[in-house]
Design a protein around this ligand. Structure first.
Ligand code: ZN
Length: 297
């Protein structure tokens, strides 16, 4: 018995420093880039203890990261078209049973010029559709849908490259400074793709329908959640072909091109959002999002 006890003690003494080292090891943090432009997004990956809670602060917003199948905590951080160029910080908080850790990392936001875009609609339409109550009522619906989706904790539903929802040229680019009847009206939150009325609109990748209905500004609208905090919206449709709660595959027909809501003719307005922040759709279309990026810090 004594010999067994001694062996047990020796083994314990040998492994305990390793256990202590493993427990107090600093989390490993990786970003896919060190500098970005307004409208871009940052990918972050943190290796930390299994039971850790990983929170991130960036550009005055807070994010929680998701644990993937490799036990890495991953997430997207958006940079809005409203963010001025400059030197910013990402702060990372890791809390676990044995660790309470905070560290900040520098991120540079570069300059980017967005051209203007002017449209004209009947003045009565502009006043009605773009009134505070009309815009706020839309935002209440879409924000609630996004928050519920984020809280669901669903990891990436998407697979491989994102496809174009319709084929056509881009008539109005992302982030353009929008004037409606010469009154400034924020930024163009997505891209307008020229396409004839009735053209089938396809899901850019696998996702879950979190909203399918009529909104004041964007007319008949379908919103998809692709996992994490990534969303796409398909606006001004003439017909909706899916229901809220449906899981759709890449290429599933969501509806048809139309001109409902505030629109001057048939086209598809497509947005990509991370949380509530609009991101340049061209960073996703025909591209694959990978998480095996090289270390940048
Ligand atoms: Zn548009």
């Amino acid at each position: 018995m004594r010999a067994i006890y001694r062996v047990f003690l020796v083994v314990l003494l040998l492994i305990s420093p390793i256990m202590v080292l493993a427990e107090v090891a600093e989390p490993e943090v990786q970003f896919n880039a060190a500098s970005l432009r307004p409208g871009d997004f940052l990918q972050i990956k943190v290796k930390a203890a299994d039971d850790a809670l990983v929170k991130v602060g960036f550009l005055e917003r807070g994010y929680e990261l998701w644990k993937n199948e490799k036990d890495e905590f991953i997430g997207f951080l958006p940079i809005s078209y409203y963010n001025a160029p400059g030197d910013y910080q990402v702060s990372i908080l890791v809390k676990s049973r044995t660790l309470d850790w905070v560290k900040t990392y520098p991120i540079k936001v570069l300059g980017r010029t967005f051209p203007e875009s002017r449209i004209s609609v009947p003045e009565s339409t502009r006043k009605k559709v773009l009134s505070n109550s009309s815009v706020n009522s839309d935002a209440k619906i879409t924000t609630k849908a996004r928050l519920e989706a984020i809280e669901s904790g669903i990891l990436s539903l998407w697979e491989g490259p994102f496809i174009w929802p319709v084929k056509g040229r881009i008539s109005t680019g992302f982030g353009r400074i929008r004037y409606v009847n010469n009154a400034e009206n924020g930024r163009h939150s997505g891209i307008d793709i020229v396409s004839p009325e009735g053209t089938p609109v396809l899901a850019v990748n696998r996702g879950r329908v979190i909203y399918a209905g009529n909104l004041n500004v964007t007319g008949l609208t379908v919103m998809l959640h692709h996992g994490l905090n990534l969303f796409t919206s398909y606006c001004h449709l003439s017909v909706i072909a899916v229901n809220q709660g449906d899981q759709v595959e890449k290429g599933t027909v969501l509806g048809k091109v139309g001109s409902t809501g505030l629109s001057t003719g048939p086209h598809l307005h497509l947005t990509f959002k991370i949380d509530e922040v609009s991101i340049d759709p061209e960073l996703f279309l025909e591209r694959t999002i990978a998480w095996d990026f090289p270390e940048t810090n």
